[in-house]
Design a protein. Structure first.
Length: 494
């Protein structure tokens, strides 16, 4: 058995990627699925779309690779985090659409619960924010007819997307998750490694609904989806899987993934750092029962701003059009686009903020919009890095010489990565393998199956594609960033 199948269930598409025994990609299959926006700030997925696209891409990738499914040693799963699914224990049918991580419908409830935030943060590393699963789960129980009563009698189950997929793959034999996904629910004590009874009581969530929590590399059950029985041996939330895939195993290593959103994770080793700058404390990965912690900064809109240029404004036909358009922008114009389409994430955490553009002139056009959109991702990343520097210093860490490892679709843009390096004033390393999220999930499963090397051996396989060095003058960098900070300040609602 020489292949590992990675399932990458994301926010806008599901993908299946086959890796060979040398961790090289053999074949890839991908399907997009519809997004549902039933109200302002609400984002939902039809759960059947998630399952259907996973099944079809898994079958498609095996057909594309022209291999026998018997050669697949194990499956690794990585998934959009925080997205919340509640389903019937007997039928496996969801009682409501999946409420997506971007969804802000519980913002008012979170504001009302702010007095409890210090306790929640101390135990979970998270903030009292609608981003996380806990209040989404509560909303379903409170607003879906009959859901509360069924949950109280043990007839409903909760899970993040990984948990639901495993339930379906194993035909209901396994209700499980891993520590990284559990750590994003706002219900899990990351210091004690258990679901927190007091927080569950605070949110009125029956603990019988919650899945069993395992290491990232563990036995999650088996599936006959492709014919032969194949074990699921690796699971990690997408950003943690990318951290693993980037081999950020040492304290002080930093990665940033540019997909729909942008997520930067800083390995803090065995220390769970409590942020004083509204970053998140979380679990980077957990192996052999031992968690490795991280500081995380979450940006809700990164690649999604390019989708907005395409689908909302119609000024580009495809994502690759953005860079040449940005090159044509008038250098004398200084536009700032704050893409707070669903609020602002770290370090601001303002769910009520909405997008804004500053600096418009009569001469502003598509080129200037494209440049401002790409630059917004670099500016937001710097916001995160500045907060991380301050927090890491509280435990004696120094990010002065840190190199940022990048991945995700947007990292393929030389223009965006050069601006990122310029505005950070730091090197940005892009690896040869950009599919680091899927690679991380594959390595977890492959390592558990005995097909892939241990941590040290895997780290040695990381290979650089290109390093971007800062070229911007320091005075220009400071002026540009000050303009961004002013634009954000004008956008914040509190």
């Amino acid at each position: 058995m020489t292949h590992i199948l990675a399932i990458d269930q994301g926010t806008t598409s599901s993908r299946a990627i086959l890796f060979d025994a040398q961790m090289k990609i053999t074949a890839t299959a991908q399907q997009e699925f519809p997004q549902h926006f039933p109200d302002s700030g609400w984002v939902e997925h039809d759960v059947s779309d998630l399952w259907r696209t996973v099944v079809e891409t898994c079958r498609d990738v095996v057909a594309k690779a022209d291999i026998d499914a018997d050669s697949i040693a194990a499956i690794g799963i990585t998934n959009q985090r925080e997205t919340t699914v509640v389903w019937d224990r007997d039928t496996g049918e969801a009682v409501y659409r999946a409420i997506v991580w971007q969804d802000r419908r519980t913002a008012a409830f979170c504001r009302d619960m702010k007095d409890h935030e210090p306790m929640v943060t101390a135990r979970t590393g998270l903030l009292m924010d609608p981003y996380f699963s806990g209040t989404k789960l509560r909303w379903i129980l409170e607003n879906v007819e009959g859901a509360r009563a069924k949950a109280e009698t043990g007839k409903l189950l909760f899970g993040t997307v990984d948990s639901y997929l495993i339930w379906k793959l194993t035909e209901g034999r396994a209700h499980v998750t891993d520590a990284t996904n559990a750590a994003r629910t706002m219900l899990y004590n990351i210091h004690e490694g258990r679901w927190d009874a007091e927080i569950c009581k605070l949110l009125d969530i029956p603990m019988d609904m919650l899945p069993e929590v395992k290491d990232c590399a563990a036995d999650f059950g088996t599936t006959d989806l492709l014919g032969p029985t194949i074990p699921v041996l690796g699971v990690a939330g997408d950003q943690q899987a990318a951290t693993v895939g980037q081999a950020c195993f040492d304290k002080g290593m930093l990665k940033s993934t540019y997909g729909t959103g942008c997520f930067a994770l800083l390995n803090t080793g065995q220390t769970a750092v409590t942020s004083t700058n509204r970053l998140l404390g979380t679990i980077a990965y957990q192996l052999d029962g031992k968690p490795t912690y991280a500081l995380e900064g979450s940006i809700f809109v990164a690649g999604a701003v390019v989708q907005w240029l395409r689908d909302g404004l119609g000024i580009i036909g495809q994502a690759s059009d953005t860079q040449p358009l940005a090159d044509k922008a008038d250098p004398q114009q200084r536009l700032y686009l704050v893409p707070a389409f669903t609020g602002l994430g770290a370090p601001h955490w303002d769910p009520d903020a909405r997008g804004a553009i500053f600096g418009l002139t009569r001469g502003s056009g598509p080129a200037e919009f494209a440049r401002a959109a790409l630059e917004s991702v670099g500016y937001q990343t710097r916001d995160l890095l500045e907060a991380m520097k301050a927090d890491f210093a509280t435990v004696g860490g120094d990010l002065g010489d840190t190199v940022l490892r990048v991945d995700g679709g947007m990292s393929a843009s030389d223009w965006s990565m050069q601006f990122l390096s310029d505005i950070l004033g730091a090197p940005v390393d892009r690896p040869k393998v950009l599919e680091t999220t899927a690679l991380g999930a594959a390595w977890l499963a492959g390592m558990r199956a005995g097909v892939y090397p241990d941590q040290a051996g895997f780290a040695e396989t990381w290979a650089l594609d290109e390093r971007f060095e800062a070229k911007m003058d320091e005075a220009d960098r400071a002026e540009k960033y000050a303009g961004w900070q002013d634009a954000v300040a004008r956008t914040l609602t509190r």
